[in-house]
Design a protein around this ligand. Sequence first.
Ligand SMILES: Nc1ncnc2c1ncn2[C@@H]1O[C@H](COP(=O)(O)OP(=O)(O)OP(=O)(O)O)[C@@H](O)[C@H]1O
Ligand SMILES: [Mg+2]
Length: 286
Amino acid sequence: DQIIIKNGRHPVIEQINFSEPFIPNDCYVDTGENRLLVITGPNWSGKSTYLRQIALITILAQIGSFVPADEAEIGIIDRVFTRIGASDDLTRGQSTFMMEMNETAQILHHSTPKSLVIIDELGRGTSTTDGKSIARAVLEFLYERKIKTLFSTHFHELTEIPIPIKNFHFLIKEEGKKLIFLRKLSEGGTDKSYGIHVAEMAGVPGSVVKRAFDLVDTVYNDEGLNGHVVKKTNQDEKNSILSNREEVPSQRKQKTVQTFLFKPKHNGTISVLEKEITEIDLESLT
Ligand SMILES: Nc1ncnc2c1ncn2[C@@H]1O[C@H](COP(=O)(O)OP(=O)(O)OP(=O)(O)O)[C@@H](O)[C@H]1O
Ligand SMILES: [Mg+2]
């Protein structure tokens, strides 16, 4: 029940990406201490590529094929489950988040300790708090069920949850203002995403990039303006909670009047209509 890969490569990316040499990476997964791998690292650093390469190598091994690696020892896997990317299918009533959760539900219902689960970021399509909470709950579930899982995320808090996960991250080198993506997997978690740097590299207008950096430094940085803003918001919240509480006694003073839709008759008899209504099975109404 192990997946051991030495210097594994992505069979497609290494053939088509000539702008940089393909950097191989190892993998060790089992059903014991190494069953839950959480992979963090900056945007564009190689997380998705790595997850897919492990899935592909595992599938190739199952069909008896050669695998793109120096060495590999891969046990029998009953299914490979993946939850990758963000897409929707509006014609089938699926929003992005709905689709993400449907796929997650499938994984949680059907995976076994013989399966390999690949989750490439989970909980991005909703509020950050809900997303993080769902992601953590899913990790805990998979851990308890002893399901071999590789899980990439930008929610850095997940690297510190109190279950024995194995943290890995992709290395990056900062040279002055320049970022060098080393594409090499290393042990331990990271708390940096370099999202704005990558936005700049992707050609987002300089003024927007500059504004984003300013916002990080001020509004969204605990040390900066944010501390102030948060305190203010908390205070506002407290005030509103207090004012709500203060309203309670005066509300209590009012006499509550409960109206009954089907008030029984004084003599206790029930009309035919009332009987029919009470016998309706609400669940089977269309
Ligand atoms: N091991 C590697 N060697 C060489 N190039 C790589 C390697 N891994 C990834 N790349 C290149 O880097 C690009 C970005 O990688 P990838 O999409 O896997 O990053 P990511 O960490 O998932 O980013 P994001 O957080 O934005 O999803 C790929 O399109 C690929 O061309
Ligand atoms: Mg990715």
